[in-house]
Ligand binder design. Structure first.
Ligand code: SAH
Length: 352
């Protein structure tokens, strides 16, 4: 018999499961409550032994385990390397802002999108994460830190829309009533530009913020940095963004990683401003400028502070809302994907 992934079940499904195991539906609710606290079955004190035994026989419930943990001395950011049941590992990062605590989660082990500046994609994708593995990161980080997680960003390792069904299932689980309690309006899903995924998400009735990893002001630059642009060019991407906003009413946020000599010129900023004005019209949008986290394998570097500020000012002159994102966890090697890569280099799972 197939083991049931109970962490991927809704409260209603768990009530039914309990009944199918000869217990009262209420036991299913208690089980749900414990899992949402990230607790192991052995610790679920008020569950009868009979139910726990049946769960041990028929259910699969393994939360990710923390392999490594780094705490930034500067700003309290915590970076976790978490191991999944089959030994694969992913990263997630807990960031503390004035307005609350946000967790950045991974959606895949590795990534196959091939962006030239990103550490997560250097070894390709190993596999998709299940919805419960994505949720597990939230539960374990919350339990470990003792913090309430107020928001989630899907900006860790992986491309959420390359794992569409599990991403949407995760969004429903993490925002479920009586669950981890994270409002959809406090969730951002980031994509390198899978146009079919953007359009599908618009129809799911999930009012999350869409973040587009744009990183370029024209197709030549974008195609040289991001292979996905050869499948869907900027005009097609912008068409999907308009559709997303017009359908959901949710503001779009554009991520723009500044890379010295590649996409950071003042003329580039002007071209970006013109592009967004023309394509987005008067729809609200925001550009998050990010200084490249250097990844040694790529040889790319970040521009200096002055250049970045100039880029930001030029965009604002074009009437585009822009901010330079504060760099959290700078002292704990925050560039996404680096921890996992280092672990692969230690020999574990290194078969390339
Ligand atoms: N695949 C999704 C989710 C990853 S989000 C996406 O592409 O949006 C991670 C964000 O960090 C993306 O905007 C990504 O382009 C950006 N990024 C990747 N490598 C980076 C680096 N070395 N420095 C700064 N930003 C980086």
């Amino acid at each position: 018999m197939l083991m049931k992934d109970i962490l991927g079940m809704t409260k209603t499904e768990l009530r039914e499961l309990a009944v199918s195991m000869g217990e009262s539906a209420f036991r299913g609710e208690q089980l749900y409550g414990w899992m949402m606290k990230g607790r192991e079955i052995a610790d679920m004190k008020n569950l009868p032994a009979s139910f726990k035994e049946k769960l041990a026989e028929n259910a699969e419930y393994r939360l990710p385990s923390i392999l490594e943990k780094y705490v930034s001395a500067k700003d309290g950011t915590v970076k976790y390397l978490m191991e999944l049941t089959d030994g694969e590992c992913v990263e997630c990062v807990l960031m503390k802002y004035d307005h609350g605590t946000t967790l950045c989660v991974s959606s895949q082990a590795g990534c196959r999108m091939g962006c030239s500046f990103c550490a997560s994609t250097l070894r390709g994708k190993t596999r998709d994460l299940t919805a419960s593995e994505i949720l597990g990161q939230v539960l374990v980080a919350a339990r470990d830190s003792g913090d309430r997680v107020d928001g989630v960003v899907m900006m860790g390792i992986g491309e959420p829309f390359d794992n569409y069904d599990n991403t949407v299932k995760f969004l429903r689980l993490v925002s479920a009533e009586g669950g981890p309690g994270i409002g959809l309006r406090h969730i951002s899903v980031s994509t390198c530009g899978l146009v079919d995924g953007i359009k599908r998400l618009a129809g799911e009735g999930l009012p999350v913020t869409l973040s587009i990893s744009l990183h370029a002001y024209n197709d030549d630059v974008r195609s040289s940095l991001m292979p996905i642009n050869r499948k869907w060019c900027i005009a097609e991407l912008m068409d999907a963004c308009r559709y997303y906003f017009d359908t959901t009413g949710r503001r779009i946020s554009f991520e723009y990683t500044l890379i010295a000599g590649e996409n950071d010129s003042a003329e580039g900023a002007e071209a970006l401003g013109r592009l967004l004005r023309k394509e987005m019209g008067d729809r609200p949008c925001h550009v998050n400028l990010i200084l490249l986290n250097p990844v040694k394998e790529t040889g790319l570097t970040a521009p200096g502070r002055q250049n970045s500020e100039k880029f930001c000012r030029v965009l604002e002159k074009c009437g585009i809302n822009a901010t330079i994102r504060r760099r959290l966890g700078g002292d704990i090697d925050a560039s996404c994907g680096q921890l996992r890569l280092r672990r692969l280099d230690d020999g574990k799972g290194d078969n390339m």
